[in-house]
Design a protein around this ligand. Structure first.
Ligand SMILES: O=C(O)c1cc(=O)[nH]c(=O)n1[C@@H]1O[C@H](COP(=O)(O)O)[C@@H](O)[C@H]1O
Length: 276
C-alpha cells in the first residue's frame, strides 16, 4: 500500500488506528482453547471485530517467534487473514549487515519465498544505511525506523547529545536521505508528547507509527497536537488496551468497544483538523 492509498483509507474509515496483535497464550479466553490453534482463532475474531475501525494491524513477531514452528505458522495465517485494504506491519525490529538484512526483507516482504508480504517492517537504525537499504528495494514496501521509543530506556542512547543535536534527531536527519516519505516512517512513542513538535520539524511529511496509548498511558490528544500533518501522518497503535479489554467470552465485543472509543476520538480530531 502506498502513502496516497493509506491516507485514503484513513479518510474512508475516519481513523488512524493500528491494532496491535500481540497474543499471549496464557491470556487467551479459555473458551477458545478447544480450537486447534487458539491464538489464530483469537486473532481472527479480533480482526473480524475491529477491521472497519482501524487502518493497520501490527503483529509483534516476538509473540509468535516464542511459540516456535506453530508461532511462525500463526503469524503467516494471521497475515493471510488481514483484509487487503488494511496496512500490515511486521513489528520485528530487524537490521543487520546488508546480506543478512536482505534475508530479513525476504522473510517479511517476499511472499514467493516466505508466504508473507507485509506492507512494512520495523527496523533498528543502529547499524546504518547498508543495514536498512535492503528493505527499501521493494516497491511500495515501507521501513518503519525506530527513532524515539516509548520505553523508559529511550534516554540511554536516543537522547544523547551529539554536536548536531540529540541522537534520535540525527537518526531522522541522516536516514531521511536514504528514502523519502513514500517509503520511510518513524517510530515515535505516544509517551513522548512534548517531542512531537521537534520531530515534525525534522520529518514534516513522514508517517509516524505511534505505539504507547492504552496500556503504556500515552495520550492521543498530546500526540495529535503536534503530530498531525496534511495527510494525517500518524498511525496510532494500541495492543493490550484493545485485545485484552476482556478475557471472557465477550473479548471480541469488548475489543471492538475499545477500538471504537479510539476511532471516535480520532474522527473528532480529523474533523477538527479538516482532514475529512
Ligand atoms: O515498534 C513498536 O511498535 C514499539 C516501539 C516503541 O517504542 N514502543 C512500543 O511499545 N512498541 C510496540 O508497540 C506495542 C505496544 O503494545 P501495548 O503497550 O500493549 O499497546 C508492542 O508490540 C511494542 O513492542
Amino acid at each position: 500500500m502506498n502513502k496516497k492509498q493509506l491516507f485514503e483509507q484513513i479518510q474512508i474509515k475516519k481513523s488512524f488506528l493500528c491494532v496491535g496483535l500481540d497474543p499471549v497464550l496464557e491470556n487467551i479466553p479459555p473458551h477458545l482453547l478447544k480450537y486447534e490453534n487458539p491464538v489464530l482463532e483469537f486473532n481472527k475474531q479480533i480482526i473480524d471485530a475491529t477491521k472497519d475501525l482501524c487502518v493497520a494491524y501490527k503483529p509483534n513477531t516476538a509473540f509468535y517467534e516464542c511459540m516456535g514452528l506453530k508461532g511462525w505458522e500463526t503469524l503467516i495465517k494471521t497475515w493471510q487473514y488481514m483484509p487487503e485494504d488494511i496496512f500490515s506491519i511486521a513489528d520485528a525490529k530487524r537490521g543487520d549487515i546488508g546480506n543478512t538484512s536482505a534475508m530479513y526483507a525476504d522473510a517479511f516482504f517476499n511472499e514467493a519465498k516466505s508466504d508473507m508480504s507485509f506492507d512494512s517492517v520495523t527496523v533498528a537504525p543502529y547499524m546504518g544505511k547498508d543495514s536498512v537499504s535492503p528493505f527499501l528495494n521493494y516497491k511500495d514496501k515501507w521501513v518503519i525506523l525506530l527513532a524515539l521509543t516509548s520505553n523508559a530506556g529511550h534516554s540511554d542512547f536516543q537522547l544523547h547529545k551529539t554536536p548536531e543535536g540529540k541522537l534520535y534527531e540525527e537518526v531522522i536527519r541522516i536516514s531521511s536521505q536514504w528514502a523519502d516519505s513514500e517509503q520511510m516512517m518513524y517510530v515515535v512513542g505516544a509517551t513522548r508528547g512534548l517531542e512531537f513538535q521537534n520531530i515534525r520539524r525534522l520529518a514534516p511529511d513522514n508517517f509516524l507509527l505511534v505505539p504507547g496509548v492504552g496500556a503504556q498511558g500515552g495520550s492521543l490528544a498530546d500526540v495529535c497536537e503536534f503530530g498531525l500533518n496534511k495527510e494525517c501522518g500518524l498511525l496510532v497503535n494500541s495492543s493490550r488496551g484493545i485485545i485484552y479489554a476482556s478475557k471472557g467470552e465477550d473479548f471480541a465485543e469488548r475489543a471492538r468497544e475499545e477500538a471504537l472509543k479510539l476511532q471516535q476520538e480520532m474522527e473528532a480530531i480529523l474533523l477538527a483538523a479538516k482532514l475529512i
